[in-house]
Design a protein. Structure first.
Length: 294
């Protein structure tokens, strides 16, 4: 096992059905990567106090009951992982602390950190849990947010957002490796968007400048991907250039993808932001598993 393979895929659980979906997906991913799976339950009770008496710890009987529940959830998760990837090494852990700080700390020593799209603490109307958002924003490695895909066809492509920034190299590396491991085609999606009034856009389009921009963006994307064909000759690449906001364009192509890969920050992200607007929208709305590459 190489040094990289010694790092596990980490998945956080909380007993929800979304967490079990994440465990199964993470197990298959760990198996593809040739590594082991670390299943983690964050025991917040170790640092929790009664709200009406801030200096009084949670009763020991309640803590013991929750500890038994955690072990049941971990046992169920391990069974789900083994079912998804027979023969995979699966280890389970209870770690003291809140879910976000625990998983952010776990991500320092992982190849990939995985969570479900929602958890037991999420309201029904929320599309994604706070833990997923927090981990995507602050994780030290790539993060996968798993939502059960609408389409589970094995020949579905991997979709990647390409923005042409230097940070996009790690995004493309992640996407090509995912496609190669899965034996899937890769759809490299680049979106360009003309900013201005509706009247200005119609004028821009009528004068033929939109067609010229489209052609130029297609040329740039082809050049940008040329070297990747040499690195991953086994991966079929489909280049897609579309006019529109990146999040909307990517969401359209995510409808038929088995996984979507984006960067933590894009071309338009402010320096102080740790998660770009396009990535945030994909975390909330992607209809399939999403990897935020870092």
């Amino acid at each position: 096992m190489t040094a990289a393979q010694e790092k596990p895929v980490v998945v956080g659980i909380d007993g929800s059905s979304a967490a079990l979906d994440a465990v199964r997906w993470a197990a298959a991913e760990a198996n593809r990567r040739g590594t082991w799976l670390r299943v983690v339950f964050a025991d917040v009770l170790a640092q929790t106090y009664l709200p009406e008496l801030p200096t009084t710890p949670v009763p020991e009987t309640y803590a013991r009951a929750m500890a038994r529940q955690a072990q049941q959830w971990l046992h169920r998760a391990k069974g789900g992982a083994t079912e998804a990837a027979p023969g995979l090494e699966v280890r389970t852990f209870v770690v003291a602390g809140g879910a976000i700080p625990v998983l952010v700390a776990e991500s320092q020593h992982a190849q990939l950190a995985v969570v479900g799209s929602s958890g037991l603490g999420s309201f029904a109307e929320l599309l994604v849990g706070s833990v997923a958002i927090g981990l995507c924003a602050h994780g030290h490695c790539s993060v996968a947010v798993v939502r059960r895909p609408r389409v589970e066809a094995r020949d579905a492509p991997v979709v990647v957002g390409v923005d042409g920034t230097p940070a996009g190299e790690i995004v493309l590396t992640t996407a090509f490796e995912e496609a190669a491991m899965r034996g899937a085609a890769l759809e490299a999606v680049h979106a360009w968007h003309a900013v201005g009034t509706e009247e200005a856009w119609y004028s821009f389009h009528a004068e033929g400048r939109a067609a010229a921009v489209q052609q130029e963006e297609e040329r740039i994307l082809a050049e940008h991907l040329a070297s990747w064909h040499e690195k991953y000759p086994q991966v079929e690449v489909r280049r897609i250039v579309a006019n529109g906001k990146p999040a909307r364009v990517l969401l359209e192509h995510a409808q038929h993808a088995q996984v979507v890969v984006v960067g933590a920050r894009g071309r338009g992200a402010f320096t102080g932001l740790v998660l770009g607007s396009t990535s945030q929208q994909l975390v909330h709305h992607a209809p399939c598993p999403l990897i935020v590459a870092r």
